[in-house]
Write a protein that binds this ligand. Structure first.
Ligand code: NDP
Ligand code: 8X3
Length: 250
């Protein structure tokens, strides 16, 4: 029987690339995101390869998360792989100038959204005594950078939650992996800079950034390890990047 993966944030960037990559491995997919038309487009692209179910909801709205996940038909309920990927940065400002709505969005989506989704899915994994959770953190969760304050805090929280999950779920044979990318060119910076495409492009100027496919390949590798092996915590950087702040631009 095919495995089932649930991917949050499948409408763009890393999540979309992961969906395309896992479909190649014959994994049935529950694709999540707010933009319904993008979910439908991706479903049409992949549904000749594998079974696809789409769920449109905002991860930061606990009731919406609950009702979307509780609506899964029985044949979709045995989720093998949970890919907690939905998230974004909103703004890049010194702490004293921070926009409260941006702070709320980052904590609500990147931290609480991941928790709401996980809380709903983990009990069934525990009952089956198997499963694999992959949380997308960031180099920003390992090292804080100037003006990154609250985004970095949200990703540091993802690191702590990932480590805690690995401890708490260990008795049930559930694997937990944290993936922490550096600069990946997606819609991430366009969202961070509220649609300013020029400013977003400059983030990746003079380097070969990671692509969403690089992260998707890594996730496919992580999921393909034998049952006695878990890749616990992975930092992936473009070759031009040495740390959150050291980037060698040409
Ligand atoms: P994108 O902006 O391309 O994708 C973000 C995804 O998250 C979209 O599919 C979006 O879907 C979804 N999302 C955002 N907010 C919500 C919400 N409230 N409810 C449900 N879904 C939501 O960025 P990336 O692909 O780069 O980002 C994916 C993850 O990778 C994030 O967690 C990000 O922090 C992390 N990351 C990114 C890096 C980078 O350099 N790009 C580096 C390190 C980590 P929709 O809008 O349709 O809801
Ligand atoms: C995304 C990487 O360095 O742009 O998490 O914050 S960075």
């Amino acid at each position: 029987m095919n495995k089932i993966a649930l991917i949050t944030g499948a409408t763009s960037g890393i999540g979309r690339a992961v969906a395309i990559r896992l479909a190649q491995d014959g994994i049935n997919l529950i694709l999540c995101g707010r933009r319904t038309e993008r979910l439908e487009e991706l479903k049409t692209l992949l549904d000749k390869q594998v079974e696809i179910h789409t769920l449109s909801f905002d991860v930061s709205e606990q009731k919406a998360v609950e009702s979307a996940l509780n609506s899964l038909p029985e044949e979709w309920q045995a989720i093998d792989y949970l890919i907690n990927n939905a998230g974004n940065a909103h703004g890049l400002s010194p702490i004293q100038d921070g926009n409260i709505k941006d702070w709320d969005a980052m904590m609500d989506i990147n931290v609480k959204g991941l928790l709401y989704v996980s809380r709903n899915i983990l009990p069934a994994m525990i009952a089956r005594q198997r499963g694999h959770v992959i949380n997308i953190g960031s180099i920003a969760g390992k090292e804080t950078y100037p003006n990154g304050n609250v985004y970095c805090a949200s990703k540091a929280a993802v690191q702590a939650i990932t480590d805690g999950m690995r401890m708490d779920l260990n008795p049930y044979g559930i694997k937990v992996t944290g993936i922490h990318p550096g600069l990946v060119e997606t819609e991430f910076s366009v969202v961070r800079f509220k649609g300013d495409e020029e400013r977003a492009k400059n983030v990746y100027k003079g380097i070969d950034p990671l692509t969403a496919d690089d992260i998707a390949d890594t996730i496919a590798f992580v999921l393909s390890r034998p049952s006695h092996v878990v890749l616990a915590d992975i930092v992936i950087l473009p070759t031009a990047q040495a740390s959150a702040t050291i980037v060698n631009r040409k």
